[in-house]
Design a protein around this ligand. Structure first.
Ligand code: AMP
Length: 291
């Protein structure tokens, strides 16, 4: 496994791979790797000949200096994990290499970046699209994989790749969860034992909405209320939002008559947990068996 630290070194490596006819699959991360990240890297293998992972904690996408400063950065462990899942190259640039003096160009996402995470974290997605565009420019991938866990991020990046004619296939990978249902996240390691136990209310709440839909409740607000009732039962959680929306446009919908998503952001002490689950509309067959 090779480690590359500058855009120029990364581009040179990528060019040599392409010159040898190899396709590159890319998994961008902010490090503090867990099984969710490793699953993306292992899945990447089936899309290309070589796999590149990046590790870069992007200052542009943080809303609080404290969150940025306390974000875990176990670089040696991360490199060992990448090696274990047979990543071919790790791109780990410094902030100075990414944003040298004079840097001033940003990628401005559109309406997909406005609700939910966009509303709660001003400038977050502009930071994400900018860094991902730069990472794509250095890694030159044919395909890039992103977790469904960050559903809105995936939608924003997919749109960017299309709008800017990047020619990169964006692949969505299902969320990897702990045995009790909590979605794996680098921030989970900052949860106290008590908060960790309480945080299972988030997947429980989302699942209760999925189950309510399966038993015939198609009203979006009713599904949000179902999830909120479960969260209300956990006093350690402070709900920021629970939202049902159209999976393609991210706009609110009154009833689940197309692919939809229920997403939540909930605070446990100073740790913010986000998660989501897909809401599949009933097919005609299901509707008729329900009669
Ligand atoms: P991050 O390091 O948080 O920026 O995440 C890097 C990539 O890993 C993103 O595409 C995330 O959506 C994805 N990811 C994070 N957590 C999970 C998870 N539990 N399951 C699958 N993918 C994940």
């Amino acid at each position: 496994m090779i480690t590359l630290a500058t855009p120029a070194a990364m581009q040179q490596w990528a060019r040599s791979q392409h010159a040898s006819g190899r396709r590159i699959a890319f998994v961008p991360t902010m490090g503090a790797l867990h099984e969710g990240h490793l699953h993306l890297m292992q899945t990447a293998r089936s899309y290309a000949d070589v796999v590149v992972a990046s590790i870069f904690v992007n200052p542009l996408q943080f809303n609080s200096r404290e969150d940025f400063d306390t974000y875990p950065r176990p670089m040696d462990e991360d490199l060992a994990l990448c090696d274990r899942v047979q990543v071919d190259a790790v791109y780990a640039p410094t902030a100075a290499a990414m944003y040298p003096v004079g840097f001033e160009t940003h990628v401005d996402p559109g309406s997909l970046a406005v609700p939910m995470e966009g509303a709660m974290r001003p400038g977050h997605f502009r930071g994400v699209t900018t860094v991902v565009a730069k990472l794509f420019g250095a890694v030159r991938p044919d395909v890039a994989l992103f977790g469904q866990k960050d559903f809105q991020q995936l939608a924003v990046i997919r749109r960017m790749a299309i709008d800017l004619d990047m020619g990169i296939d964006i692949i969505s990978v299902p969320t990897v969860r702990e045995p009790d249902g909590l979605a794996l996240s680098s921030r989970n390691r900052r949860l106290s034992l008590e908060d960790r136990r309480a945080s299972v209310a988030v997947p429980d709440a989302l699942r209760s909405a999925v189950e309510a839909l399966a038993t015939g409740e198609t009203n979006a607000q009713a599904l949000e209320r179902t999830a909120l009732r479960v969260l209300a039962g956990e006093p350690l959680g402070r709900v920021e939002y629970v939202r049902v929306f159209d999976a393609a446009t991210l706009e609110p919908i009154p009833v689940i008559d197309r692919e939809a998503v229920i997403a939540a952001a909930v605070w446990f002490s100073d740790v913010r947990i986000i998660d989501n689950m897909l809401l599949h509309p009933a097919t005609d067959t299901t509707a008729s068996t329900g009669m």
